[in-house]
Design a protein around this ligand. Structure first.
Ligand code: AMP
Ligand code: MG
Length: 363
């Protein structure tokens, strides 16, 4: 009898043990299952990848959120907040006529992003200026109908370019711009979108995700196996040998480069899409790409554009005064510079000459 009880107990323990083992294995497998979502939005391809039980549903919500953001922030979507601002609905003349009522206001997203971009404009002393739209249009960067504008036309259009003239009313969450001012959030919208999606995934219990928003990368947590994500930094000269690999956890890795959008003028010169707001011409700063690594997507996005305009020396100076981000700069002559904070996480690719930028200038 005792033997029988013993045998039954052994069988029960083994059964229970294997059930627990299988459950744990199945949970682990679920946590490791990758869910993917591909989208075309904001004029580029998005690939969203998330892991774990809630990931599939969360990615569907992300796709909807991207659509919502595009409908609010796009400069081309009819009826978007930016389109309405650019049509003069929020210009001071119209406001003076009290033609706007509270319901016709802008979404909180639009308000917050304009606010963040305006602040980054101030921090970068105007290297980032979201009122450049009329100038960008004249170059054809908005339509693909490229041309080198007349100098006089550029000068005329530049009179309307001044981010400091954007007035924001915190209480009413409203915006007011001078008549003729037009905005373009192309330099910051994808970074803001990445922040929104990361937040949404977190709320849904996702702890591991990688979002590729047209080359802007934002990662949530580490890889499901607990190791850091490995992000390749592209060769801005179009070759196949990447600049290197960055190991990151909970970070945005955002690159601005002259190679991303450009045209060749009748004079045989390249003209690219990042303009220097001080003269309205493509920023000829000696840089071909700037990669910014940090916590906030919107900041990294705004900074990658602004630091490209500033050029290496001003960018290094700026970084020394704002140590909350790291960067990798590539110069026209093919040299790679990376900030000290990346010394353990950036592995430079073969064939590139890389130099570390120290925290202090040493003088
Ligand atoms: P990104 O790829 O983030 O560097 O953003 C570049 C886009 O931002 C361009 O395609 C333009 O739409 C816009 N842009 C270009 N130059 C500037 C600038 N100096 N400040 C703000 N936006 C800019
Ligand atoms: Mg940017």
């Amino acid at each position: 009898m005792r033997r029988r009880i013993f045998a039954i107990s052994v069988v029960a323990v083994v059964l229970l043990g294997s059930t627990i083992f299988l459950t744990v294995m199945s949970e682990q497998r679920k946590a490791q299952t990758a869910y993917m979502k591909d989208l075309f939005a904001m004029d580029t391809f998005f690939t969203l990848q998330a892991y774990g039980p809630g990931a599939e549903g969360a990615l569907e919500l992300c796709a909807r959120r991207v659509q919502e953001l595009e409908n609010r922030l796009s400069v081309t979507v009819e009826g978007s907040d930016i389109r309405r601002i650019n049509q003069g609905l929020f210009s001071d003349e119209e406001m003076a006529d009290a033609k706007i009522d509270a319901d016709a206001g802008i979404a909180e997203d639009t308000f917050l992003l304009i606010k963040a971009a305006r602040e980054l404009g101030e921090e970068t002393e105007g290297a980032l200026d979201i009122t450049l739209y009329p100038v960008l249009r004249e170059w054809g960067f908005t339509t693909g109908d490229y041309k080198v504008p007349d100098e006089e036309v550029l000068w005329e259009l530049l009179q309307k370019v001044d981010y400091t003239k954007i007035q924001l009313d915190e209480e009413r969450q409203s915006v007011l711009v001078p008549a003729g001012t037009e905005l373009d959030l192309g330099a910051v919208a994808k970074g803001y979108t990445g922040d929104c999606l990361t937040e949404l995934l977190k709320e849904r219990g996702v702890t591991s995700a990688m979002l590729d928003l047209g080359g802007n990368i934002q990662v949530l947590g580490a890889k499901p196996d607990g190791t850091p994500w490995r992000i390749a930094v592209k060769d801005p000269f179009g070759g196949s040998k990447m600049i290197g690999v960055l190991e990151v956890v909970d970070k945005a890795v955002i690159t601005s480069g002259s190679y991303e959008r450009y045209f060749v003028g009748e004079d045989g010169k390249d003209y690219w899409h990042i303009l220097d707001p001080s003269d309205g011409y493509p920023a000829d700063s000696g840089l071909v790409s700037v990669t910014v690594v940090g916590e906030s997507g919107v900041k990294c996005d705004g900074l990658s554009t602004a630091l490209f305009v500033m050029g290496k020396d001003r960018a290094v100076e700026f970084w020394r005064q704002h140590p909350e981000f790291e960067m990798i700069l590539v110069t026209e002559d093919g040299k790679v510079y990376f900030t000290q904070g990346l010394e353990d996480s950036f592995e430079c690719g073969k064939g590139w000459l890389a130099e570390e930028i120290p925290e202090s200038s040493g003088d």
